[in-house]
Design a protein around this ligand. Structure first.
Ligand SMILES: Cc1ncc(COP(=O)(O)O)c(C=O)c1O
Length: 364
């Protein structure tokens, strides 16, 4: 890393991932205040940042714990002193279960399960180790990813988990990930309401079976405002709100600011209507659509290879010169942050912090 504290952002080597620290602080504060006012717990998803330091800021602002996707992310967070963690993806197979048990000796972990045999395997390993792990039953509220079906299948699995030694059934997770980027607010609300009705009805059914349900966790940045209106939802787990990539910026009604960008340099200008920058697939993910050049509505970004990107100018627009620098807003924050070792925190155009991203690449 060639950045130094106090350096002007204009002299940073590129491509470089930077965060506007003022915007980050406002986003962190806004979501914390929203959850507080809504009367739900906030368990922010660290898959967006992969950084114990930002998790710590979220906890200081009142979060009840941190969510992450992978055991590898959880290991990094625990090593960074973050001890209350929900791992929101199923942990399957002996290798992973062994890692889970090892980590659970050092932290307060909550896991999700959607399969009785998997739950039994984790239970056996926990009993062997003499520990107990909190477990949520994951319910498929329409994403068609993981999770048992709402209603009786969830009730049945909750009963199994509650009877297993080494596990404590603590509630339900139902994540409506397929709705986060429904851009129209009214449509997103209607679809989210339908998903939440399944989730809270499942909660009622589990309780009717005699099991207390302490936690019902759900929602991302796009649906949090609707999920909290459903009685029975106890907490939200948004992640992207801290960055607001350009795809999320299209999700109407989300009151968070763009805080993340990649600065690239124009390295070639050979044609009348485009230039080439030093940020391609290795610097900007495109699974969420095309990144957008900040404050340059005339320019359209497209990848031009692993190391190169193309900025095409609209008729009548102005092309940057060779050597010019362009800030580009990623289209998917999670997968773009995953490409960088360092995050450079900038305030008023000056480098204030240089944070390593220890959770990057932690895909296991
Ligand atoms: C299970 C789960 N919960 C919460 C989130 C956070 O959603 P978002 O980043 O859209 O706020 C994600 C993101 O992928 C997720 O997979």
């Amino acid at each position: 890393m060639t950045a130094t504290i106090g350096q002007s952002v204009d002299s940073l080597d590129t491509p470089v991932l930077i965060v506007d620290l003022d915007a980050l602080d406002r986003n962190l504060g806004r979501m914390a205040a929203f959850a507080h006012e809504a009367g739900v717990a906030l368990r922010p998803h660290a898959k967006a940042h992969k950084l114990p330091l930002i998790a710590r800021k979220q906890l200081e602002l009142g979060a009840v714990g941190i969510t992450c996707s992978k055991l590898g992310e959880a290991e990094v967070l625990v090593a960074g002193g973050i001890l209350g963690i929900l791992i929101s993806s199923e942990i399957v197979g002996p290798t992973k279960i062994a890692r889970l048990i090892a980590l659970a000796r050092h932290a307060r972990l909550t896991i999700v399960v959607d399969d009785a045999e998997n739950a039994a395997a984790i239970s056996a390993a926990a009993v062997d180790a003499g520990i107990n792990i909190a477990a949520l039953v994951e319910v498929d509220v329409g994403q068609r990813r993981c999770g048992v079906q709402p209603g009786q299948p969830a009730v049945d699995l909750a009963g199994v988990v509650a009877r297993l030694p080494g596990l404590t059934f603590t509630g339900l997770q139902g994540y409506e990930g397929h709705l986060q980027h429904v851009y129209d607010r009214a449509e997103r609300k209607a679809l989210c309401d339908a998903a939440m009705e399944k989730l809270v009805a499942t909660r009622a059914a589990v309780e009717a079976s005699g099991l207390p349900v302490g936690i019902v966790t759900t929602a991302g940045t796009g649906t949090a405002e609707f999920a909290v209106l459903h009685e029975g939802v106890t907490e939200i787990q948004p992640g992207s709100y801290i960055w607001m990539d350009c795809n999320y910026a299209r999700v109407a009604g989300t009151p968070y600011e763009s805080a993340l960008s990649v600065i690239a340099t124009v390295v070639s200008r050979q044609r009348p209507n485009d230039v080439i920058v030093d940020a391609g697939w290795k610097a900007l993910s495109t699974d969420g659509g095309m990144p957008v050049a900040l404050d340059c509505p005339d320019l359209t970004y497209s990848p031009a290879g692993d190391e190169h990107g193309r900025l095409t100018v609209a008729d009548g627009g102005t092309l940057p010169e060779s050597g010019d620098r362009v800030a580009i807003v990623p289209s998917h924050c999670d997968t773009t942050v995953n490409l960088y070792d360092w995050l450079i925190g900038v305030r008023n155009g000056v480098v204030e912090t240089i944070w390593p991203i220890p959770g990057r690449g932690k895909t296991t």
